[in-house]
Design a protein around this ligand. Structure first.
Ligand code: ADP
Length: 160
């Protein structure tokens, strides 16, 4: 099966920033398992099923990327699937503190599984699902920052 990385997130919805991390991760690891977790601190726009559908459609060109969901603890999921690593993206210093906290806890839960960070491409350093949603609420032109199918789904959600 080779080296497996779990790429966790809310993906509400998936953006080109996420896709960039997934694409680059898929070159390094034999398998990347993108897993949708319901972040209890966030009120989602898309249901888990919708997020999974959008992720599957946006990653179908990568043969070693699979999409899944989980309600439990990330480290339990990773352990169950024999993952070697957790794959996360870093945008700015503002991501660092949050990631540091989670990574320290995850290491305590399972020191065998490394967290692997990749710096965002500069063109995506401003990009987050929240910003995309904010823009899409008022204007339909988000097609350069999210996969085409996501732009369509956003326009559908916010259609007046
Ligand atoms: P979470 O709720 O777990 O933060 P997100 O869907 O917001 O989930 O993010 C999932 C992962 O993707 C995180 O590691 C985040 O830092 C990364 N990420 C989000 N947007 C970008 C981007 N524009 N460039 C690089 N990484 C990103």
């Amino acid at each position: 099966m080779g080296r497996l990385a779990v790429c966790p997130g809310s993906f509400d919805p998936v953006t080109n920033g996420h896709i960039d991390i997934i694409r680059r991760g898929a070159k390094i690891f034999d398998q990347v398992l993108v897993v949708v977790f319901n972040n209890s601190a966030k009120e989602p726009l898309f249901s888990v099923d919708e997020r999974i559908y959008l992720l599957k459609e946006s990653t179908k060109e990568f043969p070693n990327v699979k999409v899944d969901q989980s309600d439990g603890l990330l480290m339990d999921y990773a352990q169950k699937h024999n993952a070697e690593a957790i794959l996360r993206g870093l945008r700015a210093v503002s991501d660092f503190e949050y990631e540091m906290q989670i990574t320290s806890m995850n290491r305590r839960l399972n020191p065998e599984i490394e967290t692997f960070f990749m710096m965002t491409n500069n063109q995506y350093s401003f990009l987050s699902s929240s910003i995309v949603k904010e823009v899409a609420k008022y204007r339909p032109d988000v097609q350069d920052i999210v996969p085409e199918i996501v732009a369509k789904a956003l326009n559908e959600k916010f259609k007046k």
